[in-house]
Write a protein that binds this ligand. Structure first.
Ligand SMILES: [Cu+2]
Length: 126
C-alpha cells in the first residue's frame, strides 16, 4: 500500500544525511584523489574496474594538468581514460572536481605536467 507521508519522510531523511555527509570533512578515502596546491594527498589508490575517481582540488585551489606518466613527463598508458592520454593532459582548476572512469584492469601512473612532484599510482583490479 502506498503511503505518501512515509515516503516523504524517508526522502527528507536521506537528503539530510547526504547533505551532512557532503558538508563534513572529506578525508582522502574511497575513489577520491585530492590535490593540495602542488601535491596529491595520496600516492596510491586501488579500486575495481569500472569505477570512477574524483580528482579534486578544493584545498589549494591551483590549476593542474593531469596525464599519464611520472615526474611531470608524459608517457601514454594503454587502457587509461582518454582524457589522461594526451601530452598536455586534462586541465582541472581550483574548486573543480573531475570524475574519470577507469574501465581497464591495469596499473596507471598519473602525474601533473606543471607540478612534477605530483604522482599517484592507480591500480585497477578485476
Ligand atoms: Cu598540478
Amino acid at each position: 500500500m502506498y503511503r505518501p507521508l512515509f515516503s516523504c519522510t524517508v526522502l527528507a531523511t536521506v537528503i539530510l544525511l547526504f547533505g551532512f555527509t557532503a558538508c563534513g570533512p572529506r578525508p582522502p578515502t574511497g575513489n577520491v584523489v585530492e590535490m593540495n596546491g602542488d601535491m596529491f594527498t595520496r600516492t596510491v589508490l586501488t579500486m575495481p574496474a569500472g569505477t570512477s575517481v574524483a580528482f579534486t582540488d578544493d584545498v589549494g585551489g591551483a590549476t593542474h594538468f593531469l596525464a599519464t606518466g611520472t615526474d611531470g613527463k608524459y608517457a601514454p598508458e594503454a587502457g587509461a581514460p582518454k582524457e589522461l592520454t594526451t601530452p598536455i593532459g586534462v586541465e582541472i582548476v581550483g574548486g573543480q572536481t573531475l570524475h574519470l572512469v577507469f574501465t581497464m584492469v591495469g596499473t596507471y601512473h598519473i602525474m601533473c605536467t606543471i607540478h612534477p612532484m605530483m604522482n599517484v599510482t592507480i591500480t585497477v583490479k578485476a
